[in-house]
Write a protein that binds this ligand. Structure first.
Ligand code: URP
Ligand code: ZN
Ligand code: ZN
Length: 461
């Protein structure tokens, strides 16, 4: 199968230029002007952007959490991804007690096989750091194709600083990357007790219980351990101005520390927790939403390069029956997480590029090119000859009002319901196959369930 995409504006992380592009099979084989080659399908892309498919390196599909499950499975989650222009995901495989890394990977792959519609990889999350598991990090990097490892500094399944040191050393030795959920659990525990004693248990107090300093302290401590081991670190879902300032401070001193943020930390703030009728629960996630000051600091970090990646932390739970039931008497019991995978690209374009907060090229970098480099996705993340034909033909003029009824994520609400969007995916290709396209008033899935494959990733360079 071949596809000729004609007359679009090709956008890379460094430049934009008008050209035609030929897909043959699963690859981009030619880029040039006035291409006349024969193709099975010709796409008229005049007025459209030709973007590399986005890579979402932070998703939680089918994840058991807080007494329930993150609701998107590999089929619904990756259909939503495809419809939003996300053509690769890196999902978390949270280790079960007693499991090896390999057993955990096989458990998650069994859920994905036959269901994924775009390509995927996995990050092992280490929660049971037995000596043999620390040893296995080498095999995970060199043999399993999973060179990034998540650790949590909070939650019941957190690891301590000693384990962090061991993992930083192992990953440094073999070419891996430690990713950290950075919050200080003791500050949060203290705040929980203070707030409980005062009877403050509404969703708003979720934010009060996890102050910016809890993130700042955890980042500073983790960064010190990176300095001690002369290793490297990636901070997931960075949410606060103070956390970003710490990262900048350490980077200035030559400490290798990277960060991602997510659309919710750019666009939403803690006022959301005050929405009536318990609606604030929709935004309960960790770290929590912050203030507009942090939103602005993160926009500027994303634009300047201090933040290298935009991910979603996609982890949806229904409002009705989950968020509003589990936690109705206590914010601590509200399942933490929110949907986001399908709106990643369009929100960044509409709220970021259109509003002048970052350039189109920078958008491509934080959604695709830099993400591919960070996580060893060698065939992904750029519009270039030889790369996988993971391509979004993006219509910058297409208007859309965000409504969960027109999206594919398996959840009963959307945090951006009613937001007017400028720019939507027009057609989405995953390894050369069209998987989604705009029809009438929404993007629809047109791909093949089960065609996505597990991608072995290269070590960190
Ligand atoms: O609230 C969140 N972020 N839920 C997903 C788990 C995590 O901490 O990333
Ligand atoms: Zn987290
Ligand atoms: Zn997460």
């Amino acid at each position: 199968m071949s596809v000729l995409i004609k007359g679009g504006l090709i956008v890379t992380s460094t430049e934009s230029y008008k050209a035609d592009l030929l897909i043959e099979g699963e690859k981009i084989t030619t880029i040039g002007t006035n291409l006349t080659c024969q193709a099975d399908e010709v796409v008229d892309a005049r007025g459209k952007y030709i973007l590399p498919g986005a890579i979402d390196p932070h998703t939680h599909l089918c994840m058991p959490f807080m007494g329930t499950y993150a609701q998107d499975d590999y089929k619904s989650g990756t259909i939503a991804a495809a419809c939003g222009g996300v053509t690769t995901i890196v999902d978390f495989q949270i280790q079960h007690k007693g499991e090896s890394i390999l057993q955990g990977l096989e458990r998650k792959k069994a859920l994905a096989t036959g269901n994924v519609v775009v390509d995927y990889s996995l990050h092992p999350a280490i929660t049971d750091p037995r000596p043999e598991v620390i040893e296995e990090v080498k095999a995970a990097i060199q043999d399993y194709g999973t060179p990034s490892f998540k650790i949590f500094m909070v939650y019941d399944f957190r690891v301590d600083d000693g384990v962090m040191v061991q993992l930083l050393e192992q990953t440094k030795k073999y070419g891996g990357l430690v990713q950290v959920h950075a919050e200080n659990p003791f500050i949060i525990q203290h705040m929980n007790e203070v707030l409980a004693a005062e009877g403050k248990l509404d969703p708003y107090y979720h934010a009060v219980s996890r102050p910016n300093i809890a993130e700042e302290e955890a980042i500073a401590r983790a960064a010190k351990l990176v300095e001690f081991t002369d290793s490297r670190l990636y901070v997931v879902h960075l949410s606060s101005r103070e956390g970003l300032e710490k990262i900048k401070e350490f980077r200035k001193r030559g400490i290798e520390i990277y960060a991602e943020t997510c659309p919710q930390y750019l666009l939403l703030d803690e006022e959301r927790y005050k929405e009536p009728d318990f609606n604030g629960a929709k935004y309960v996630m960790s770290p929590p939403l912050r203030t507009k000051e942090s939103n602005e600091a993160l926009w500027s970090g994303l634009s300047s390069g201090d933040v290298q990646v935009l991910s979603t932390d996609h982890c949806p739970f229904d409002f009705k029956g989950k968020k509003d039931m589990f936690g109705k008497d206590d914010y601590k019991k509200i399942p933490n997480g929110a949907p986001g995978i399908e709106t990643l690209m369009t929100l960044l374009h509409s709220e970021g590029v259109v509003k002048g907060r970052l350039s189109l090229e920078r958008m491509v970098d934080v959604l695709s090119t830099s993400t591919a480099k960070m996580f060893g996705l060698k065939d992904k993340g750029a519009i270039a000859v030889g790369k996988d034909a993971d391509i979004v033909v993006f219509d910058p003029e297409q208007k859309f009002t965000i409504s969960q009824s027109k999206l594919h994520m398996n959840v009963d609400y959307n945090p951006y319901e009613g937001v007017e969007i400028a720019g939507m995916p027009h057609q989405v290709f995953s390894r050369g196959l069209k998987v989604a396209e705009w029809r009438k008033d929404q993007v629809v899935f047109v791909g093949e369930v089960g065609r996505g494959k597990f991608i072995k990733r290269a070590p960190f360079v």
